[in-house]
Structure formats: C-alpha cells, structure tokens
Ligand binder design. Structure first.
Ligand SMILES: Cc1ncc(COP(=O)(O)O)c(C=O)c1O
Length: 484
C-alpha cells in the first residue's frame, strides 16, 4: 500500500486520496510518498515511445493504489484532464535554429496558456472524482502570482463539488492573467484582487496559512488547497520531464540538461524527483529573476527572506521556495525531524544556513543563476530576430540563465522550459520587440476574447483580507448548503 507522510514528521501516514483532499499534512508539513519509486533502465526503454497520456498513466500508477482509483478510472481522469489541451501530446518541443542543441519545451498548450494547467487539470479532476465518491463539496483557496489562479478557475468552473477562491496581488500580475480569472461566468469562481501586498503573492500565502490554522472555519467550509503544496501537482509535473526526455534522447541513457524558470520550486521539485526515480537528466538549471531566493539556496546554502522586486517575469516574483523543503526531505535521508527543525528556524528567524554536508548533498545536479530584466528583454528580442520565435518572459529567463552558466555546462542537449504563452504578457513583449502590434505568434484567441468580456470579483486591502475571506466564504458556503 502506498502511504504519504508529512515531510515534517507529524500526524499519521495517509493514503493518496486523503493526501490530495487535505492539501497540507496535519502538522503543516508537505505530503511526500514514503518512498520514491526507482525505475529500471528497461522500464525507461519500454516507456520511450509512449504518448503523453499513456506515460502519465504509467507514472501516476506508481503513486496511486488501484483500489483507490482503478485503471479505467485513472485513464478516464487523465483523458478528462488533458482533453482540453490544444496539443494531443499536451506539450510541444521546438528546436531553436540559431543555437546548438537547444530546445524549447512549450508547456503552455492548456486552456489558460501556462504550465500550471498541467498539474491543475489533473488535480482538479482528481478532487472532483474523490469528492463525488464521498458525496461532499469543498472550498478551495489559491494564492497566485498570475498563472495558478487562472488554471484553477478554468478547471473548477461549473463543478458543483467545488468553489474556488483566487487571491492575487492586484497590479502585480498582467491584465491578461487577471482577465482569465475575472471574466469567467460561473458562480463557483471567486477572484479576489488584493492590494497593498509588499511581499507579493507570499503575503497571500500567509493569510491562507492563518485560515488553515482556524480549525472551526476550515472544517465548516471544508477548506483545501490546490497550490503546489498539493502532492497531486508535483506528481503530475514529473510527467513532462519524462516525456521531453524521451522525445529528445537518441537512446535511453543519454544525458540531457533542462533549464526551468523557478519561484516556489514546484516544477523543479518534480524534475528533481524524476531524476531520483532514474531519469538520466544531467544538470537541472534553476533560473531565477532578480528575486533570487533559490539562487542563494543553491550557491550559498542560505535560505532567507528578502524584499520582493517587481520584474518583467512577474509570475516568478516569489521569495519563499516552499517546495524546496519537499525536495530536501529526499536528500537528507528522509530525516523529517531535521526538516522540521530547519524550516521552523527559517520561519522564526527569516533565514537558515545549511551545513556544508547538507548543502553538498542537495545541490548535486543543479546549477543556478539570477537573471536581470535587461537580460530577459535582450533574450526575447534576440530569439525573435534570430529564430523568428517569441519567448514569454519566463521562457526567456530560462534561456538567459543557460547563457550565464555556459562555462559550467557540458555539451548535452539543453531543454529550456517555456512556462507561459507570450500572449499573457503583451506589455512586456511589445516593449521588448519595440512594436505597437504584437506578432501573431504572441496573440491567442482566448486572450482576445477575454478582453471583450465583463469582469467580476472582489477587491480588498491585504490588511483586511483574512477577515473578509472568513465572512464571505462562510456566507457563500451557507448559501450553497441551503440550495443543496
Ligand atoms: C509562468 C511561470 N513560470 C514559472 C513559475 C514558477 O514555478 P514554480 O513556482 O513551480 O517554481 C510560475 C509560477 O510560479 C509561472 O507562473
């Protein structure tokens, strides 16, 4: 039986359905599987030519017991989750002609045009599946730096088992991202634009933490989260590492490098797990913007909070790389007591310095860099000119990080992750390309449509957010129960 435990060691071991529906473990830690499966070379070879959905089925089956979700049910869940993607294979790989062995992994072919669609589509479908089985409904709360919210809204919209509360720092996400949340005509979608967030999305996570620790409220509205604290997101995100590897490796065993624009370390945590499971990835490049928390973790062994900077790659304006603790758990011999001690110290003091041996253990296989806005803009411009390809600002950060690290990287094939469609960042693209009209490749019909729709949602000062949410979520819940 596959069990999930808290990376901080508290509470009981639980099964997959509970880990998914709870979001956080009961001690506030993050759920991790008791063991990461180890794949043989033969299994990897057998998987090389699988479609994205078939590969998802094989990988997810390693983490979900059949008596909880049968083979047929899991296949149906995967088909539902990825059925709305514009590409049959969910993701797409594009070679950059002007560079040697450099490929872009486009992760933005889901309905809301960012990589968040991949984890969110699967997670929401799983939520709906388990809640219907229990004949329950649930309030979901999500803090977003611009992409998690739209993805959550798109998949939750119209589902009777779920209500989604989407908190975003008003003015700090793009207009396009805001409209993806505020133009959905469904009464179970509740966007919440929050102003006065000096620490951006991290301030919102803090409020969510407080709501979680309010036991009476949590139980009353059946509160859960589909942020990347949820194991389901990480599990789903491992698949695109395997898929991209298999597409590009001439034979299984070839070493390949990948570069990932990073903030909360959710995407890279999945990549690190894929490698620990046996995928022959050589270097994983951590691409930070000026908000370089992860860069400090991986170059100095220091995890620390600092002021947030507004950048052109706003979705990674994140200071707290919370999924790093999940990865660390599998580097320190699954010593949950240490994770608890260290993460508590970080929470209390605002920083924690890892000892040398721990630092050496976790940084193995990673390189990191912090990319400036000028470098990001330069890369958008240069790639358009040389390759006739429009990178979004986050994809540009991954490519820029590779350039900065070129002396440390070997000559393996390099896959840079483009985590969002450029149409979500029209202002940045127009300014980078010095154009008034966007090139067609940087537009998208769904974004154009949203421009013409009326917007709805709450706005609130961060100071009053907790109180406002308590009142409005509770009254929405009461109202809903009356209707049922
Ligand atoms: C476009 C985009 N790229 C990258 C990231 C960073 O992902 P992670 O937080 O998993 O590191 C995010 C969101 O946080 C995002 O929206």
């Amino acid at each position: 039986m596959i069990k999930y435990v808290s990376n901080k060691g508290g509470g009981e071991a639980v099964r997959f359905d509970k880990a998914i529906l709870d979001g956080f473990a009961s001690d506030g830690g993050l759920y991790v599987p008791e063991m990461l499966p180890k794949l043989s070379m033969q299994t990897l070879k057998d998987w090389k030519n699988l479609s994205f959905k078939d590969l998802s089925f094989e990988i997810l089956s390693l983490f979900i017991d059949r008596d909880l979700v049968s083979s047929n049910e899991l296949k149906k869940i995967i088909n539902t989750a990825y059925g709305t993607f514009q590409k049959e294979q969910a993701v797409h790989i594009q070679k950059l002609k002007s560079r040697k062995e450099t490929y872009i992994l486009e992760l933005f072919h889901g309905p809301t045009l960012s990589f968040k669609d991949i984890g969110q589509s699967l997670l929401v479908t799983l939520f709906d599946f388990f809640l219907k089985r229990l004949d329950k409904s649930c309030s979901i709360i999500v803090a977003t730096t611009g992409d998690t919210g739209p993805a959550a809204a798109s998949f939750v919209a119209g589902k009777s088992s779920l209500d989604a509360w989407l908190l975003y720092p008003k003015g700090l996400i793009s207009d396009e991202q805001e409209r993806q949340m505020t133009t959905l005509p469904y009464n179970n979608i509740h966007p919440f634009g929050v102003y006065n967030c000096p620490n951006g999305g991290d301030d919102l996570d803090e409020v969510i933490g407080k709501l979680y620790s309010n036991k009476i409220f949590k139980e009353k509205v059946n509160l859960s989260s589909i942020n990347s604290i949820n194991w389901g997101r990480i599990m789903a995100q491992t698949v695109h590492y395997f898929y991209a590897y298999f597409q590009l490796a001439d034979s299984v065993g070839e070493k390949i490098d990948m570069a990932v624009p990073s903030g909360g370390f959710g995407n890279l945590c999945a990549g690190g797990f894929a490698r620990k499971m046996g995928l022959p990835l050589n270097t994983l490049v951590i691409a930070n913007n000026k908000n370089d928390s992860l860069n400090r973790v991986f170059t100095r062994g220091l995890i620390s909070k600092h002021e947030i900077y507004e950048t052109v790659s706003s979705a990674i304006d994140i200071i707290i790389p919370y999924n790093f603790w999940r990865y660390l758990y599998f580097c320190n011999g699954q010593n949950a007591d240490e994770i608890k001690k260290w993460s508590d110290e970080y929470e209390n003091n605002g920083f924690f310095q890892f000892n040398k041996s721990t630092f050496e253990l976790y940084k193995k296989g990673f390189l990191s860099s912090s990319v400036s806005d000028d470098q990001t803009i330069k890369l958008i411009k240069e790639t358009y000119k040389k390759d006739n390809y429009v990178l979004d600002p986050h994809g540009a950060v991954s490519l820029a990080a590779v350039d900065l690290l070129k002396d440390k990287l070997s000559n393996n094939k390099m896959i840079c992750f483009a985590t969002a469609h450029p149409a979500k960042f029209s202002k940045v693209i127009k300014s980078a390309l010095s154009v008034k009209e966007l090139p067609k490749a940087a537009t998208h019909p769904s974004i154009e449509k949203a421009k013409k729709m009326p917007q709805k949602g709450y706005t609130c000062d961060c100071k009053y957010l907790e109180k406002s949410l308590l009142s409005v979520m509770e009254s929405n819940w009461d109202q809903k129960q009356k209707v049922i």
